[in-house]
Design a protein around this ligand. Sequence first.
Ligand code: FAD
Length: 361
Amino acid sequence: MDVEIYREKVIKFVDSVIRPNLATWEESGSYPLELHALAAKENILSLGQNPEDEFHDDLACRKVLIEELSRSGSQAMVMALASHFVSLNAFKTTLPQTYTRLCKQVFSGKKTLVLALTEPQAGSDLKSIQCEASLEGEGEYLLSGEKTFICNGGRADYMLTAARLDKKLTLFLVKADKNSITSSEIPCLGWQGLPIASIKFNRVKATRVGEPGQAGRLLQQILLQERLNLAVMANTSAMVTFEAALEYSKKRKVQGSPLFEQQIIRHRLADMHGKIELCRAYINQYIAAVTVSGPDAKAIAIAKNQAVEILEEVAAKSVQIHGASGCISGSQAERIYRDARLLGLGGGSTEVMNEMISRLL
Ligand SMILES: Cc1cc2nc3c(=O)[nH]c(=O)nc-3n(C[C@H](O)[C@H](O)[C@H](O)COP(=O)(O)OP(=O)(O)OC[C@H]3O[C@@H](n4cnc5c(N)ncnc54)[C@H](O)[C@@H]3O)c2cc1C
């Protein structure tokens, strides 16, 4: 689909369905799962493609989806409606038939798929994963263990997860099953409206994804996509809160003239703008080159870390420029400020990204 036509579709969806309901969803702690079906009606979850057709990942459209969902002002909406591509990617070469079936189910909004890796003792250090898998029948495995901080974890239909199979770290697909999965919600600083949960697997049925011991290699591939998505999300969130601060500074009067007339405020805005633009140019340059030269782990790690650092700085300065009105719960400046803190942890923390960059220097 034409990228700009797709952008218009997503903008319309955000304006008519998401924006008017964000505050209510944040207050209640969860957005309704019907949102997936509503988005699917417009082919938003499948990047404008017919869910029944063979899916072609389209980086330009994926970027548009993340940008426009971020423009809603809530990163929770990006995690809700644009994070499925990362998990789907793990099935493409390992289980092609499952990939086709899951694409149809997820793109039509009938099912949800999430990534469930983190355990209480294993976050950055995925080698510490303890969840155990055992072979039960032909191609059927049983998983036991605990996962934590899982977006939509308590209500997802499918989870892509990792467990030890004969001590080897291996990926598995788990289907939700009330008899062998229990969950409890974790209240969180940001991404409100997106329920985050701890999950216990008690001999839940699972399908192996890839060969035993291949989890590390597969995760390296799919997490590159996740990090690029998060870089786009961070950069767009920074742009949104910067624009709000700029607009506010032109309306708000101090000592009889707009705040923007104060040189210190103008210069602060100029500095914020410059950092956002530089980072955006870096991300765009990377995306333009990636189709030719393939993924570049160092460039993605740089993009994620820089975008997140700039977002944290810009989000804090935006609240400062907004004064007390930037502290009102549910205001755009406040929401982006609290969401900003999460991005330095998820998808590979800042320290882990720096470790990766330094090893590739
Ligand atoms: C809102 C939210 C949603 C999430 N959603 C999901 C999800 O859907 N699925 C999922 O699987 N996980 C999810 N996570 C978990 C996330 O991936 C982890 O938080 C992340 O991997 C970091 O792990 P940790 O929190 O256990 O921190 P730890 O790994 O314990 O790290 C603690 C601190 O030490 C730093 N650190 C770690 N290693 C090093 C090192 N080698 N050198 C220097 N510093 C280091 C870290 O950067 C961090 O600052 C989510 C987390 C949050 C906050």
